[in-house]
Write a protein that binds this ligand. Structure first.
Ligand SMILES: *Cc1c(COP(=O)(O)O)cnc(C)c1O
Length: 417
């Protein structure tokens, strides 16, 4: 088969919605494929009436209803995660900072965390007054496991900050066992693994505590918000004070770790409505994931990261790896997709140890993380994506694969102009 015939086949196998030719690409001046951008954020909108019902106590006479909404949210989320306690926060960021400050061993200066992770994680450490020490990840899971974290434990280690990756989970049981064996506290950032299980149990009940976010981009949308789950009543009590200016129930400042990071009741009402609708949402996510899987089966150059379906999972995020067969650079691929309204994003790039940090940290050489940080892309998913959108996106990728040389040449010419 000639190259031209092969290209025509690729193009014909894609849907009518695909761009007809290279010149029609938005980055080269054509109209974008999507009028409304397709994002990687979940942006789920729960049932509006249900949200209003949860919010109703806010408008009751006396004005104390807000506290009841947050208390209900904490009860329901503790049950959901099978954790003894849930403490709500204004966002995931301050939930993390407060949990680190509450759990870290006093007199020590370092926090062990992966580098291939959430872009603000090193800032979290700085706000908690600790130096991040970055570790490698396991290339199969993209998470730091017991081996990678143990290699970074030393005299100054105050806490292990384990992070669940964007697809599937880290070895939560193995990491908890490592922390116990080394006499260290361990906190999980479980923002990306809400709803999920590992072999040993449900996410939310591991380690000393786990942190979650309710930002609109996450699985459960509280507009904004966060929470910590823990099985330890003393930790829960200190966290409740930490979010309330360090004050106890009587209003005395008894705890030096404290800012106002209380969750707004209206956000708690939104989170409750979202929790009620979670199974529907996961079913939707699964349809989107299946659409990608079908469309990308046998697609040269692109490998879809598969969800581990042995345990309940949220199917929330779609991550693909560009393999050696993919003919365009990742930066060009993302730029082309973004111009079409496909808001694909580089997976955790740059890695944290490569970023400028204006605060104390432990410099690190992490060749594996460097290599992995160049390979993955987050694709659109969530509430506003339908299977037909997935088909159009993959059809677009088909055009990029078939005409990569011409596209690269025209992009280069455009940049030189
Ligand atoms: C979004 C996110 C956070 C922070 O949550 P916010 O509520 O936005 O402050 C923390 N960790 C991870 C992995 C995240 O994706």
């Amino acid at each position: 088969m000639s190259e031209a015939t092969a290209k025509r086949r690729v193009r014909r196998s894609v849907t009518a919605a695909a761009k007809p030719e290279v010149g029609a690409l938005a980055i080269l001046g054509g109209a974008p494929l999507f009028q409304s951008p397709k994002s990687t954020s979940n942006l789920v909108r729960p049932d509006f009436e249900r949200f209003l019902r949860y919010a109703e106590p806010l408008f009751a006479p006396g004005g104390a209803g807000g506290d009841a909404i947050v208390a209900l949210m904490e009860r329901r989320f503790a049950e959901f995660h099978r954790a003894r306690h849930c403490i709500a926060f204004a966002n995931g960021f301050w939930a993390l900072v407060s949990a680190i400050k509450t759990l870290a061993l006093p007199g020590r200066s370092e926090l062990v965390m992966p580098s291939l992770t959430y872009r603000r994680m090193a800032d979290v450490a700085a706000w908690a007054g600790l130096k991040p020490r970055f570790c490698e990840v396991d290339p199969r899971s993209l998470a730091a496991g017991p081996r990678e974290m143990e290699a970074c434990i030393g005299e100054e280690t105050a806490l292990l900050l384990a992070v669940h990756p964007i697809v599937n989970c880290c070895d939560a049981a193995g990491l908890t066992a490592l922390a116990r064996r080394r006499g260290l506290p361990i906190l999980f950032d479980s923002v990306e693994s809400v709803y999920e299980w590992v072999g040993e149990g449900k996410v939310g009940a591991f380690g000393d505590a786990e942190c979650f976010s309710l930002h609109a981009s996450k699985l459960i949308n509280g507009f904004e918000g966060g929470y910590v789950t823990t099985g330890d009543a003393a930790v829960a009590a200190r966290l409740a004070m930490a979010r309330d200016l360090g004050r106890d129930a009587a209003g005395h400042t008894v705890y030096a770790v404290g800012i106002n990071s209380r969750l707004s009741p209206i956000h708690a009402a939104m989170a409750l409505a979202g929790l009620d609708a979670l199974d529907d949402q996961v079913a939707h996510n699964r349809r989107i994931y299946e659409s990608y899987r079908k469309a990308l089966a046998g697609f040269a150059g692109i490998r879809l990261l598969a969800f581990d379906e042995r345990h309940p999972t949220s199917f929330k995020n779609i991550v693909v790896e560009l393999t050696r067969d993919w003919p365009l650079s990742r930066a060009d691929t993302i730029a082309i997709l973004n111009a079409e309204g496909v808001l694909a994003r580089a997976y955790y790039h740059p890695a944290l140890h490569r970023k400028h940090m204006a605060y104390p940290h432990v410099p690190a050489e992490l060749p594996l993380t460097d290599a992995l940080a160049e390979r993955f892309i987050l694709m659109p998913s969530g509430h506003f994506i339908e299977p037909v959108d997935v088909e159009r996106i993959v059809a677009l990728l088909g055009l990029l694969a078939a005409d990569a040389e011409e596209i690269a040449a025209r992009l280069a010419a455009k940049r030189a102009a």
